[in-house]
Design a protein around this ligand. Sequence first.
Ligand code: NAD
Length: 499
Amino acid sequence: MTVTKECLSAPVKPRDFGFFIDGVWHHGREMYERSSPSHNQSVTRIACCTTQDLNAAVAAARTAFDRGNWTQQPGAERAEVLSRTATLLRERKDEIAYWEVLENGKPLSQAKCEVDHAIACFETAAGATRLLHGSTFNTLGPSLFGMVLREPIGVVGLITPWNFPFMILCERLPFILASGCTVVVKPAEVTSATTLLMADILADAGLPKGVYNVVTGSGSVIGQSMAEHPDIDMLSFTGSTKVGRSCIKASAESNLKKLGLELGGKNPIIVCGDSNLDDAADAVAFGVSFNTGQCCVSTSRLIVDQSVADDFEQRVSEKMAKIRVGNPFDPETQIGAITTDAQYKVILDYIDKGKAEGAVLLCGGHQIVRERERYIAPTLFTHVTPDMTIARDEIFGPVLSSFRFKTVEEAIQLANDTVYGLAASVWTQDISKAFRVTRRVKAGRFWVNTIMSGGPETPIGGFRQSGWGREAGLAGVEEYTQLKTVHIETDKRSHWIAS
Ligand code: NAD
């Protein structure tokens, strides 16, 4: 489908999606109706799968794994399927972006960039497929030879959130497939469409049936059952730290499945007095407002040098006030609607708490009331103290808390004053200072004089309560493998028992 100018509005009636098991579409379940956050109009109808559907999907993934026509295929052949998928994604980019906008509320221009990133993920994983290998040891003595084989871990369960439905799927799926695993995916109930579109794309690219399965439905039923499932070997979960914790419990109480966890963050940006303040202010405004702040690596804590703080906060607030908020199909729009009613309320409650606990509201802090839509103006609180709720909780919205520091040591302490460790950034023109801060701040991703940059070549993941394991890059493929150590004796055995 090509999205022409005329159809850049919500569809006249919602599109029905089935669910996908063993290469076959299934229908006939109770349906969940998703309304577009920007249009407040029904756009999709998604099946509420049952645990029986999940069991069927896991059985299909297990059979496909044991059949070996994906798992045992030469890396080069798996690479071809992943490369063909990248080509098909390129052809269907407009269509994928369109449905992503309708369910999530993000601007179309951004959704298209996310599909470009997804394509890059498939291309990177295709290359990684051919490079994946074990190792050998010829250092164990004259007759003993050691080999470490790398094998796919098995059936992977993949649970994704609603903030970047397609991009997060594609930062994991191609790497899972590259490893030779088979997969059952459960997308967030409000943003399932693009994960379902992926099923036909992979089939057209030649992925054998049963390797990619999608069950849709609620987190509390389908997600929880996946975490507890005795025949899922690994669960890759991206979402809140609270649910991540419940997945650990479910794994411990079921089959001790391996877990990959990508969880919450409360990400600091340290701005030193010697930095280019205009560049840094632009990065801060972008970092907190991109994807309406519904972003795990969102810049949510500004830690700014006291000597420039008044000026800098003013610059940030002026830039935030200029951000274009509105209709996601308007090419001028920079941020769209908040994705769910629940999240909209959560963000507004945090803004109220910030005001009540004594932070100073410099910019935003209000809804942008338009008929039927859920927009929040990018918001900056200054004079925030570390004990305030907005300083500690992940808000997951366009709300920035500003703190001030006198020494670099103090800035590092403020940056690390959180249970999370997902991402962080420092702005300075002093290279020694930049390295010092980089090494001391606890974060899985760190940026110096840039923000949210990078590509699928490099691994992503968190320190502390932001998660376990890494996704993307070679490390991301290896995460879905396990090592088998083999020893081969080439000499006759010297006997333990005397003959
Ligand atoms: P969430 O934890 O509520 O839901 C995430 C997914 O888990 C959804 O598919 C949901 O249906 C499912 N789920 C819900 N309850 C479950 C259960 N009991 N067992 C198993 N699965 C269950 O999170 P969310 O509200 O969708 O997303 C926002 C959160 O995700 C934020 O905390 C954010 O930081 C985090 N996030 C992290 C990353 C990252 O890469 N670190 C990326 C995106 C989002």
